[in-house]
Design a protein around this ligand. Sequence first.
Ligand SMILES: [Fe+2]
Length: 293
Amino acid sequence: MNMETRVAAQTPVFGEGALTSLRAAYPETPCRLDHEMRDHPLLSFEALGKLALSMREVDVEYNRADLPVGIDPVDIPDNGLGIAETLENIESNDSWMVLKFIEQNATYKALLHETLAEIEPAVRAVTGEMMKLEGFIFVSSPGAVTPFHMDPEHNILLQLRGSKVMTVFPVGDDDLTPGTAHEAFHAGGHRNLDWRDEFAARGEPFELAPGQAIYVPVKAPHWVQNGPGTSVSLSITWQSEWAYHEMYAREMNALLRRCGLNPAAPKRFPHPNRAKSFAWRAIDKARRMAGRN
Ligand SMILES: [Fe+2]
Protein backbone atom coordinates (compact mmCIF):
# COMPACT_ATOMS: atom_id res chain seq x y z
CA MET A 1 0.00 0.00 0.00
CA ASN A 2 1.49 3.37 -0.93
CA MET A 3 1.44 6.39 1.35
CA GLU A 4 -1.46 8.07 -0.46
CA THR A 5 -3.63 4.99 -0.03
CA ARG A 6 -2.66 4.61 3.60
CA VAL A 7 -3.45 8.23 4.42
CA ALA A 8 -6.80 7.98 2.63
CA ALA A 9 -7.67 4.81 4.51
CA GLN A 10 -6.84 6.42 7.86
CA THR A 11 -8.98 9.49 7.27
CA PRO A 12 -12.35 8.95 8.94
CA VAL A 13 -15.13 8.56 6.39
CA PHE A 14 -17.82 9.80 8.77
CA GLY A 15 -17.36 12.84 11.03
CA GLU A 16 -19.06 13.48 14.35
CA GLY A 17 -21.96 15.26 12.61
CA ALA A 18 -22.72 12.21 10.47
CA LEU A 19 -22.54 9.89 13.47
CA THR A 20 -24.91 12.14 15.43
CA SER A 21 -27.40 12.11 12.53
CA LEU A 22 -27.19 8.35 12.20
CA ARG A 23 -27.71 7.81 15.93
CA ALA A 24 -30.89 9.94 15.78
CA ALA A 25 -32.33 8.14 12.73
CA TYR A 26 -31.21 4.53 13.04
CA PRO A 27 -32.70 2.05 12.27
CA GLU A 28 -36.10 3.10 10.87
CA THR A 29 -35.67 6.58 9.41
CA PRO A 30 -33.73 7.53 6.29
CA CYS A 31 -31.19 10.31 6.83
CA ARG A 32 -28.52 12.15 4.90
CA LEU A 33 -24.91 11.98 6.10
CA ASP A 34 -21.70 13.69 4.96
CA HIS A 35 -18.73 11.47 4.08
CA GLU A 36 -15.05 11.73 3.11
CA MET A 37 -14.80 8.80 0.72
CA ARG A 38 -15.05 10.39 -2.71
CA ASP A 39 -11.32 10.72 -3.44
CA HIS A 40 -10.41 7.23 -2.29
CA PRO A 41 -8.01 5.66 -4.84
CA LEU A 42 -9.83 2.31 -4.73
CA LEU A 43 -12.95 4.04 -6.01
CA SER A 44 -11.46 5.86 -9.02
CA PHE A 45 -12.98 5.01 -12.38
CA GLU A 46 -9.76 3.22 -13.36
CA ALA A 47 -9.73 1.10 -10.19
CA LEU A 48 -13.39 0.20 -10.63
CA GLY A 49 -12.73 -0.94 -14.20
CA LYS A 50 -10.03 -3.31 -12.94
CA LEU A 51 -12.28 -4.55 -10.16
CA ALA A 52 -15.20 -5.21 -12.54
CA LEU A 53 -13.05 -7.23 -14.91
CA SER A 54 -11.62 -9.29 -12.03
CA MET A 55 -15.02 -10.25 -10.64
CA ARG A 56 -17.18 -13.27 -11.36
CA GLU A 57 -19.58 -12.45 -14.20
CA VAL A 58 -22.53 -13.36 -12.03
CA ASP A 59 -21.62 -10.53 -9.64
CA VAL A 60 -21.54 -7.82 -12.30
CA GLU A 61 -25.07 -6.91 -13.29
CA TYR A 62 -25.76 -4.35 -15.98
CA ASN A 63 -28.91 -3.20 -17.70
CA ARG A 64 -30.28 -0.44 -19.82
CA ALA A 65 -31.11 2.53 -17.61
CA ASP A 66 -33.49 4.65 -19.69
CA LEU A 67 -36.43 2.85 -18.10
CA PRO A 68 -39.70 3.98 -16.51
CA VAL A 69 -39.80 3.94 -12.69
CA GLY A 70 -42.39 1.17 -12.50
CA ILE A 71 -41.09 -1.22 -15.17
CA ASP A 72 -41.89 -4.92 -14.75
CA PRO A 73 -38.62 -6.87 -14.19
CA VAL A 74 -39.39 -9.24 -17.04
CA ASP A 75 -39.45 -6.27 -19.42
CA ILE A 76 -35.97 -4.96 -18.51
CA PRO A 77 -33.86 -5.14 -21.66
CA ASP A 78 -30.22 -6.22 -21.75
CA ASN A 79 -27.95 -3.38 -22.89
CA GLY A 80 -26.29 -5.66 -25.46
CA LEU A 81 -22.76 -4.75 -24.32
CA GLY A 82 -19.93 -6.45 -22.39
CA ILE A 83 -18.63 -5.35 -18.97
CA ALA A 84 -15.64 -3.39 -20.27
CA GLU A 85 -17.61 -1.72 -23.06
CA THR A 86 -20.44 -0.79 -20.71
CA LEU A 87 -18.01 0.82 -18.25
CA GLU A 88 -15.82 2.57 -20.84
CA ASN A 89 -18.81 4.22 -22.51
CA ILE A 90 -21.02 4.69 -19.46
CA GLU A 91 -21.19 8.43 -20.20
CA SER A 92 -23.27 7.78 -23.31
CA ASN A 93 -24.71 4.25 -23.37
CA ASP A 94 -27.72 4.70 -21.06
CA SER A 95 -26.70 1.87 -18.77
CA TRP A 96 -26.68 0.96 -15.10
CA MET A 97 -24.07 -1.38 -13.64
CA VAL A 98 -23.66 -2.85 -10.19
CA LEU A 99 -20.59 -4.64 -8.85
CA LYS A 100 -21.94 -6.98 -6.19
CA PHE A 101 -20.28 -8.33 -3.05
CA ILE A 102 -17.04 -6.38 -3.45
CA GLU A 103 -15.91 -7.95 -0.16
CA GLN A 104 -14.87 -10.98 -2.23
CA ASN A 105 -11.80 -8.90 -3.09
CA ALA A 106 -9.56 -8.70 0.01
CA THR A 107 -8.62 -5.05 -0.58
CA TYR A 108 -12.22 -3.94 -0.94
CA LYS A 109 -13.24 -6.13 2.00
CA ALA A 110 -10.76 -4.20 4.16
CA LEU A 111 -12.18 -0.91 2.90
CA LEU A 112 -15.73 -2.06 3.65
CA HIS A 113 -14.89 -3.30 7.13
CA GLU A 114 -12.85 -0.20 8.06
CA THR A 115 -15.71 2.05 7.00
CA LEU A 116 -18.42 0.09 8.79
CA ALA A 117 -16.23 -0.06 11.92
CA GLU A 118 -16.67 3.70 12.25
CA ILE A 119 -20.43 3.38 12.71
CA GLU A 120 -20.37 0.06 14.54
CA PRO A 121 -20.72 1.52 18.08
CA ALA A 122 -23.78 3.58 17.05
CA VAL A 123 -25.38 0.57 15.35
CA ARG A 124 -24.52 -1.99 18.01
CA ALA A 125 -26.13 0.16 20.71
CA VAL A 126 -29.49 -0.18 18.92
CA THR A 127 -29.61 -3.40 16.87
CA GLY A 128 -26.69 -5.37 18.28
CA GLU A 129 -23.95 -7.07 16.30
CA MET A 130 -23.49 -6.02 12.66
CA MET A 131 -23.75 -9.16 10.55
CA LYS A 132 -23.18 -10.12 6.89
CA LEU A 133 -21.19 -7.06 5.86
CA GLU A 134 -21.53 -6.55 2.10
CA GLY A 135 -20.58 -3.84 -0.38
CA PHE A 136 -21.94 -2.85 -3.78
CA ILE A 137 -20.74 -0.27 -6.29
CA PHE A 138 -23.19 1.36 -8.68
CA VAL A 139 -22.03 3.04 -11.88
CA SER A 140 -24.70 4.63 -14.03
CA SER A 141 -25.17 6.82 -17.06
CA PRO A 142 -26.48 10.39 -16.93
CA GLY A 143 -30.22 10.42 -16.27
CA ALA A 144 -30.35 6.71 -15.41
CA VAL A 145 -33.35 5.48 -13.45
CA THR A 146 -33.30 2.61 -10.95
CA PRO A 147 -36.93 1.45 -10.71
CA PHE A 148 -39.02 1.26 -7.52
CA HIS A 149 -37.69 -1.55 -5.33
CA MET A 150 -36.62 -2.61 -1.85
CA ASP A 151 -33.42 -4.14 -0.50
CA PRO A 152 -33.13 -6.59 2.40
CA GLU A 153 -30.36 -4.91 4.40
CA HIS A 154 -29.43 -1.82 6.41
CA ASN A 155 -27.70 0.35 3.83
CA ILE A 156 -25.61 3.50 3.60
CA LEU A 157 -25.21 4.69 0.02
CA LEU A 158 -22.24 7.03 -0.43
CA GLN A 159 -22.30 9.26 -3.50
CA LEU A 160 -18.80 9.45 -5.02
CA ARG A 161 -19.23 11.06 -8.41
CA GLY A 162 -22.15 12.79 -10.16
CA SER A 163 -25.44 13.38 -8.44
CA LYS A 164 -28.68 11.53 -7.95
CA VAL A 165 -32.01 11.86 -6.21
CA MET A 166 -33.10 8.88 -4.16
CA THR A 167 -36.79 9.01 -3.27
CA VAL A 168 -37.40 6.92 -0.15
CA PHE A 169 -40.83 5.72 0.94
CA PRO A 170 -42.05 4.78 4.42
CA VAL A 171 -41.28 1.34 5.81
CA GLY A 172 -44.18 -0.85 6.79
CA ASP A 173 -46.77 0.74 4.43
CA ASP A 174 -48.92 -2.19 3.32
CA ASP A 175 -50.07 -0.38 0.17
CA LEU A 176 -46.50 0.06 -1.06
CA THR A 177 -45.21 -3.29 0.13
CA PRO A 178 -48.05 -5.74 0.77
CA GLY A 179 -47.32 -8.92 2.71
CA THR A 180 -47.35 -10.96 -0.48
CA ALA A 181 -44.61 -8.71 -1.94
CA HIS A 182 -42.38 -9.26 1.12
CA GLU A 183 -43.02 -13.00 0.99
CA ALA A 184 -42.26 -13.24 -2.74
CA PHE A 185 -39.09 -11.17 -2.20
CA HIS A 186 -37.77 -13.50 0.51
CA ALA A 187 -38.68 -16.51 -1.62
CA GLY A 188 -36.20 -15.25 -4.22
CA GLY A 189 -38.45 -12.96 -6.25
CA HIS A 190 -37.21 -9.82 -8.00
CA ARG A 191 -36.49 -6.79 -5.79
CA ASN A 192 -38.64 -4.49 -7.97
CA LEU A 193 -42.06 -3.57 -6.59
CA ASP A 194 -45.36 -2.80 -8.29
CA TRP A 195 -45.66 0.95 -8.82
CA ARG A 196 -48.78 3.08 -8.87
CA ASP A 197 -48.60 6.81 -9.67
CA GLU A 198 -50.60 7.59 -6.52
CA PHE A 199 -47.59 6.38 -4.46
CA ALA A 200 -45.43 9.30 -5.66
CA ALA A 201 -46.61 11.76 -2.97
CA ARG A 202 -45.62 9.36 -0.17
CA GLY A 203 -41.92 9.47 -1.06
CA GLU A 204 -39.26 11.79 0.37
CA PRO A 205 -36.63 12.86 -2.17
CA PHE A 206 -33.00 13.07 -1.00
CA GLU A 207 -30.59 14.87 -3.33
CA LEU A 208 -27.12 13.37 -3.12
CA ALA A 209 -23.99 15.15 -4.35
CA PRO A 210 -20.44 13.74 -4.10
CA GLY A 211 -19.51 13.75 -0.41
CA GLN A 212 -23.07 13.03 0.70
CA ALA A 213 -24.60 9.71 1.72
CA ILE A 214 -27.98 8.41 2.76
CA TYR A 215 -28.91 5.77 5.31
CA VAL A 216 -31.76 3.59 3.97
CA PRO A 217 -33.70 1.39 6.45
CA VAL A 218 -34.20 -2.34 5.79
CA LYS A 219 -36.77 -2.80 2.98
CA ALA A 220 -37.65 0.90 2.76
CA PRO A 221 -38.96 1.16 -0.82
CA HIS A 222 -37.07 3.60 -3.05
CA TRP A 223 -36.31 4.59 -6.59
CA VAL A 224 -33.37 6.54 -7.95
CA GLN A 225 -32.99 9.19 -10.63
CA ASN A 226 -29.46 10.08 -11.71
CA GLY A 227 -28.45 13.66 -12.39
CA PRO A 228 -26.91 14.97 -15.63
CA GLY A 229 -23.48 13.34 -15.12
CA THR A 230 -22.17 9.79 -14.79
CA SER A 231 -22.83 8.59 -11.26
CA VAL A 232 -20.68 6.37 -9.05
CA SER A 233 -21.98 5.29 -5.62
CA LEU A 234 -20.77 2.87 -2.96
CA SER A 235 -23.31 0.98 -0.90
CA ILE A 236 -22.17 -0.45 2.44
CA THR A 237 -24.66 -2.81 4.03
CA TRP A 238 -25.18 -5.00 7.08
CA GLN A 239 -27.77 -7.25 8.67
CA SER A 240 -29.07 -7.27 12.21
CA GLU A 241 -30.78 -9.82 14.41
CA TRP A 242 -33.99 -7.77 14.09
CA ALA A 243 -33.84 -7.89 10.27
CA TYR A 244 -33.35 -11.67 10.34
CA HIS A 245 -36.35 -12.16 12.69
CA GLU A 246 -38.53 -9.98 10.40
CA MET A 247 -37.45 -12.03 7.37
CA TYR A 248 -38.19 -15.38 9.07
CA ALA A 249 -41.57 -14.06 10.22
CA ARG A 250 -42.34 -13.21 6.58
CA GLU A 251 -41.42 -16.77 5.60
CA MET A 252 -43.75 -18.09 8.31
CA ASN A 253 -46.47 -15.85 6.91
CA ALA A 254 -45.92 -17.27 3.42
CA LEU A 255 -46.47 -20.74 4.85
CA LEU A 256 -49.63 -19.63 6.68
CA ARG A 257 -50.92 -18.00 3.50
CA ARG A 258 -50.33 -21.25 1.58
CA CYS A 259 -52.54 -22.88 4.22
CA GLY A 260 -55.36 -20.49 3.30
CA LEU A 261 -54.88 -18.06 6.20
CA ASN A 262 -54.46 -14.29 6.07
CA PRO A 263 -51.65 -13.70 8.61
CA ALA A 264 -50.94 -10.36 10.31
CA ALA A 265 -47.83 -8.57 9.05
CA PRO A 266 -44.71 -8.64 11.23
CA LYS A 267 -44.20 -5.32 13.04
CA ARG A 268 -41.35 -2.94 12.42
CA PHE A 269 -38.50 -2.18 14.85
CA PRO A 270 -38.34 -2.41 17.84
CA HIS A 271 -40.95 -5.21 17.84
CA PRO A 272 -38.79 -8.36 17.76
CA ASN A 273 -41.18 -10.66 15.80
CA ARG A 274 -39.58 -13.59 17.62
CA ALA A 275 -42.60 -15.92 17.93
CA LYS A 276 -43.16 -16.34 14.19
CA SER A 277 -39.43 -16.27 13.51
CA PHE A 278 -38.74 -19.13 15.94
CA ALA A 279 -41.80 -21.03 14.67
CA TRP A 280 -40.58 -20.76 11.09
CA ARG A 281 -37.06 -21.87 11.95
CA ALA A 282 -38.36 -24.86 13.92
CA ILE A 283 -40.61 -25.92 11.03
CA ASP A 284 -37.88 -25.32 8.47
CA LYS A 285 -35.39 -27.36 10.51
CA ALA A 286 -37.90 -30.22 10.92
CA ARG A 287 -38.59 -30.23 7.18
CA ARG A 288 -34.90 -30.32 6.39
CA MET A 289 -34.31 -33.14 8.85
CA ALA A 290 -37.18 -35.05 7.30
CA GLY A 291 -35.47 -34.64 3.93
CA ARG A 292 -38.42 -32.95 2.42
CA ASN A 293 -36.55 -29.77 1.43
FE1 LIG B 1 -31.70 -0.06 -3.72
